[in-house]
Design a protein around this ligand. Structure first.
Ligand code: PLP
Length: 436
């Protein structure tokens, strides 16, 4: 038996399901792949097998594994005794850099996870507007708290009508009745959004969205969609929240809001902001953020908020993202990888398409034409995707399947053109073994 299998068996004796996070099980394998170490864009599992990593810590390690700049920053905090739950100059330096880099940020707060960031952001929106309801989009994912964990993975046969999508709960055990505080609308449909918004504007605290919908692979909505979102929310005193936990730094230093040229009132940041350490943030307009205690009356606290190791790592990472040439490299790799993948699919007559923006992408099987929203994404052939991922892993390319309709994949900035070519060769070899 391999060490990976052996260790997973041992883990199952003590960790529920053998993991620390349910989605860490790779559905294509039926178990998590246990990694010994990572360097740059490569990972080695417990059996010593090497992989080119297209999961990249679910988006957290945008610089790659073991980045020396992040390592040095962490070492310096360790040398200072890494006090926990205290502030120092690093928090201000990172907050200042983020406010200078991300269009909507005038003030911000650090949290540990993306789920906490969206949870606090929604509470703040309610406190500021005095209204209760939140409008969210079908399929968009905003973390693991009960308020918004609806319609994140609705089965294709239970979607309901477009004008009244099913509030399909993302888990059992959720507090009953929370869905009455939500308005649910299909993504990337300005017409349906406008109709629902006009009906509910008087009771809406906020509209929250993934500005680029990476949780369904990669969907860039129409310019009209974002224009309507921004115009109507502004006209009616409803806050617009961009959940940039996944999109931040992916295609521009200012994230999707810079790329799309739409400035929300509030946003959340996560994953890449911490350079691979547990860091997230919420922030936006000063008048709204001032409602947080102690200046205001809305609570946001946490023992581990702004852990010094995470903040130092984040400062090193965001400094790297803002260096000249960083995104030129990201787009060079993106073009080569996405064109290369689509080339393989075409040549081998595999009914699949890769769709990406910046450093993250989706692959859809058995679909005709572009994927525009969850309803399109859920039609793709998951069984084919699972076979593709399994073959890729066998040939040394790591993709992760979380179990959603379509998954997001990504590369890190440490990936070179030679690494892409190596990965494409491995994938081409993998595809030879598959018949669709
Ligand atoms: C858009 C978005 N929001 C929130 C979250 C939750 O973040 P975390 O897993 O750090 O709690 C995620 C996680 O994938 C996400 O993609």
């Amino acid at each position: 038996m391999s060490r990976v299998e052996d260790q997973y068996r041992e883990a199952c004796k003590y960790l529920a399901g053998g993991v620390s996070s349910s989605t860490r099980v790779n559905k294509a394998l039926g178990h998590p792949l246990l990694f010994d170490r990572g360097q740059g864009c490569r990972l080695w599992d417990l059996d010593g097998k090497e992989y080119i990593d297209f999961c990249c810590s679910h988006g957290a390690t945008l610089l790659g594994h073991g980045d020396p700049r992040v390592r040095k920053a962490i070492d310096q905090v360790l040398d200072r005794g890494f006090p926990c739950s205290y502030e120092n100059e690093l928090h201000t330096e990172l907050a200042k850099l983020l406010c200078q880099t991300i269009p909507c940020l005038e003030r911000l707060r650090f949290t540990c996870s993306g789920s906490e960031a969206t949870m606090h952001c929604l509470r703040l929106a309610r406190a500021f507007t005095g209204k209760q309801k939140i409008l969210k989009f079908e399929g968009n994912f905003h973390g693991y708290h009960d308020q918004v964990m609806y319609a994140i993975g609705t089965p294709a046969n239970q979607l309901g009508p477009e004008t009244a999508p099913t509030m399909f709960p993302g888990s059992t055990g959720m507090t009953q009745g929370l869905d009455q505080h939500l308005v649910l609308v299909p993504y990337n449909r300005p017409d349906l959004f406008e109709a629902a918004f006009r009906k509910h504007a008087h009771e809406l605290a906020a509209v929250i969205c993934e500005p680029v919908y990476y949780n369904a692979g990669c969907i860039i909505p129409s310019a009209e969609f974002h224009e309507v979102l921004r115009r109507l929310t502004r006209e009616h005193g409803v806050l617009l929240i961009f959940d940039e936990v996944l999109s931040s730094f992916r295609m521009a230093p200012g994230g999707a809001q810079e790329y799309l040229k739409i400035t929300p009132d509030l946003c959340t940041l996560g994953k890449s902001v911490g350079g691979g350490q547990a860091l997230s943030a919420l922030g936006g307009r000063k008048d709204i953020m001032d409602r947080l205690m102690p200046t205001g009356d809305c609570q946001h606290s946490g023992t581990y908020n702004g852990m010094q190791i995470s903040v130092a790592a984040g400062l090193a990472a965001v400094t790297a993202y803002t260096q000249p040439g960083f995104y030129k490299h990201i787009f060079t790799i993106a073009d080569r990888l996405y064109q290369g993948l689509n080339g393989i699919f075409e040549r081998r007559k595999i009914p699949a398409r890769a769709q990406g923006l910046g450093a993250r992408f989706g692959i859809y099987f058995g679909v005709n034409g572009p994927i525009r929203n969850y309803r399109d994404a859920v039609q793709h052939h998951r069984d084919q995707m699972l076979r593709f991922i399994k073959a890729a892993i066998d040939h040394g390319v790591y993709f992760h399947d979380y179990g959603g309709a379509a998954c997001h994949h990504g590369f890190c900035a440490a990936t070179t053109v030679a690494d892409v070519d190596d990965a494409l060769q491995r994938l081409d070899d993998a595809m030879k073994t598959l018949a669709f």
